[in-house]
Design a protein around this ligand. Structure first.
Ligand SMILES: Nc1nc2c(ncn2[C@@H]2O[C@H](COP(=O)(O)OP(=O)(O)OP(=O)(O)O)[C@@H](O)[C@H]2O)c(=O)[nH]1
Ligand SMILES: [Mg+2]
Length: 449
């Protein structure tokens, strides 16, 4: 029994038209109690529209149209009607009130979509795509949400799930013939199969991280020894005097954060305290902050004062690279205006004069290229934190199965890991779901969706 529910599906407020959506059992009979058109809605065919009067106990409320969708061919999979009325606050509020008087309940946020999911009209990734579609603020986000709504992600996952299930099945079957020493499926083939899924998961988790960057901004940190010219470069990139610059080492103690746009993408720029051994408590605290900033940055520019030698910051540069393996580093040779004969440029090195704004175009181009490389990693599928965690887990489970195969572990154990990965992948599309996960997803919805 599907309890009849009703809600406004268009944004509240004054508009040309408003749509009130109704879903559930006997809603057509309920509407007939307050609608008068050429035919009764309860007798109307599916996918037809009817014009008529909506009234409250005989008193006219508005002239409306009623769209009829009979189950299972509707958004929720239940009987659905969409009542289009004039977009005045009192009009749609009265219509909803009347429908509630006649037996409908006000829908909770996301309840229509939740019913669609529970009735098998959509998988969980499509449900999430609906939420993303409503909330997307960028073109890329919107486009990927639309594609996900089409169900491509689910198909791919279903396909991998089937392959894994048959591999696990064969491994288990082999157990029954262990005495004869049969091998139903070559180990290299299984490994190949596992690797395909592992790669798929990895590609997608990378895509997620890349997308996050697009959304949250690309983080570029400026680091180096004191007095190297970090704040001067920060100001030059911002094209205004934001940070204090002085010839005294240790000028910047706190960090500064400002956004610039490169090729339409937000780049968050950080100026930080110079790294050195110091007794000054404030400076020590500043240096501690630098480390956490670097670990969060996508790209870090290590500034070297070239008048102290091209290799002056090499040790620091190498140390940072080792300590933060996922961050990209460049060595920026600054103050080239003070050097007569420039040495040869090494890899990952750029020569600039922050003071004279020389070499900044090359630096910006480099940042733009890093951004482009990041964007290239974004695949078709829009992922969220939930997908990301599950994909990471599935790929770990499959890696374990692969290791088992390579070390000739028991078939049983390998098959178990594979089956675990199948369950994990299934969770993504909602084969199995937990009530709290569902509630978290639907809480992002607005009423009427
Ligand atoms: N000639 C020349 N001087 C520069 C250049 N960049 C910075 N300086 C000078 O170097 C000194 C230090 O510059 P800052 O930008 O304050 O250096 P910093 O790295 O931020 O220093 P701390 O905040 O103390 O770590 C200042 O006197 C700047 O004017 C440059 O490209 N050429
Ligand atoms: Mg500074």
């Amino acid at each position: 029994m599907a309890e009849p529910i009703v809600a406004l599906s268009t944004p509240p407020g004054i508009s040309g038209l408003a749509v009130v959506r109704v879903s559930g059992d006997e809603i057509f009979q309920i509407i007939d109690l307050c609608f008068e058109g050429k035919v009764k809605i309860s007798e109307a065919k599916s996918h037809t529209i009817h014009y008529g009067k909506f009234h409250r106990n005989g008193e006219l409320v508005d002239f409306v149209t009623v769209s009829v969708f009979r189950k299972p061919n509707s958004y929720t999979g239940e009987d659905v009607a969409e009542i289009t009325c004039h977009g005045g606050l009192f009009v749609y509020e009265t219509i909803i009130e009347v429908l509630c008087e006649k037996g409908c309940k006000l829908a909770a946020p996301g309840e229509f979509t939740k019913r669609a999911f529970l009735n098998g009209k959509m998988d969980l990734t499509q449900v999430e795509a609906v939420a993303d579609l409503i909330h997307s603020t960028s073109v890329v986000g919107y486009q990927t949400a639309v594609r996900q709504l089409a169900g491509g992600f689910r198909k791919k996952i279903e396909e991998f799930k089937q392959n894994l299930i048959s591999v696990a099945g064969l491994l288990e079957l082999e157990l029954d013939f262990a005495e004869e020493g049969y091998e139903f499926i070559e180990r290299t083939k299984i490994i190949n199969e596992l690797e395909q899924v592992i790669n798929f998961c990895k590609e997608l988790t990378e895509s997620y991280r890349a997308y996050e960057i697009l959304r949250a901004g690309f983080y570029v940190g400026i680091s180096g020894y004191p007095n190297a010219g970090k704040s001067t470069l920060f100001n030059a990139l911002l094209e205004r005097k934001r940070a204090i610059v002085s010839e005294i080492p240790g000028t910047t103690r706190d960090y500064l954060e400002e956004a610039i746009y490169i090729n339409g993408i937000m780049v968050k720029l950080f100026d930080t305290a110079g790294l050195r051994e110091t007794q000054d408590a404030i400076e020590v605290e500043g240096i501690r902050l630098v480390n956490s900033l670097i670990s969060q940055s996508n790209l870090v520019l290590v500034i070297n004062d070239i008048t102290l030698g091209q290799a002056n910051s090499d040790k620091l540069y190498e140390e940072l690279k080792l300590r933060y393996p996922t961050t990209k580093f460049y060595l920026i040779q600054n103050k080239v205006d003070l050097v007569r004969n420039l040495p040869a440029k090494r890899e990952h090195e750029i020569f600039i004069s922050a003071k004279l704004s020389y070499g900044l175009d090359e630096l910006k181009k480099l940042i733009a290229e890093e951004l482009k490389m990041n964007q290239a990693r974004i695949t078709d599928v829009l992922l969220n934190q939930r997908h990301y965690q599950l994909l990471k887990r599935a790929s770990m489970e499959l890696e374990r199965a692969k290791e088992g195969l390579l070390s000739q572990a028991e078939n049983e154990l390998i098959a178990e890991d594979i089956r675990r990965a199948v369950t994990t992948l299934g969770e993504i599309i909602g084969d199995t779901f937990r009530e709290d996960v569902l509630n978290a997803i639907f809480s992002k919805f607005c009423i009427g969706k």
